[in-house]
Design a protein around this ligand. Structure first.
Ligand code: AR6
Length: 182
């Protein structure tokens, strides 16, 4: 029964290889750090494209804890909003990393639902500078998104994109997509 429900969500999830800053969606998610004031990786790319007004707005937010999510406008991005979340730094898997990464996805989706954001694109949170193993991280991402899709119909949450920037990330996300939906 549950399998049938999950399969019905196939068209509400899409795995893409590319640059999240080009996504024409209601909101993109940023893999930020606790300062929320920008950095390298996807965070740097988002701030570059959004422009200096994004930094001005994030300065007013007072940072964020690991697992939290905070909303800003998208400024010069095609996306109307950015949801900034702070992933865990991966140590050895014994420091609550799994729970904290799950919170990033759950809180980002809750933020989307609370703000009438129906299309959302996620990068692979924590798997770059923060070194979370990408295969495990992708499972957490899928689990969180599938739970949200099963609980909210398309009128609330229309489509979730996973945007992989590199081949390895794309491979693991595709593998999971096939596992659930092929
Ligand atoms: N579009 C989509 N994904 C991207 C892009 C892009 N334009 N650029 C990089 N990625 P990372 P983290 C991928 O390091 O591990 C920052 O300095 C990248 O290939 O951006 O959560 C922050 O300020 C990888 O698969 O984020 C924090 O200090 C994924 O995004 C710290 O890094 C995440 O890599 C956060 O580290």
């Amino acid at each position: 029964m549950e399998t049938i429900d999950i399969r019905e969500q196939a068209e509400r999830i899409e795995v893409i290889k590319g640059d999240i800053t080009e996504m024409n969606v209601d909101a993109i998610v940023n893999a930020a750090n606790k300062s929320l004031l920008g950095g390298g990786g996807v965070d740097g790319a988002i701030h570059r494209v959004a422009g200096p007004e994004l930094l001005e707005e994030t300065k007013t937010l007072g940072g964020a804890e690991t697992g939290e999510a905070k909303l800003t406008k998208g400024y010069n991005l095609p996306a109307a909003y950015v949801i900034h979340t702070v992933g865990p730094v991966y140590q050895d898997g014994q420091h609550n990393e799994e729970e904290l990464l799950r919170q990033c996805y759950d809180h980002s989706l809750e933020t989307a639902l609370a703000n009438n954001i129906k299309t959302i694109a996620f990068p692979s949170i924590s798997t770059g500078a923060y070194r979370y193993p990408v295969e495990e991280a992708a499972k957490i991402a899928f689990d969180s998104v599938l739970d949200a899709l099963l609980q909210h119909d398309a009128s609330e949450l229309e489509k979730v994109y996973f945007v992989a920037f590199d081949d390895e990330t794309y491979h693991y996300y595709q593998k999971l997509y096939d596992l659930y939906f092929a």
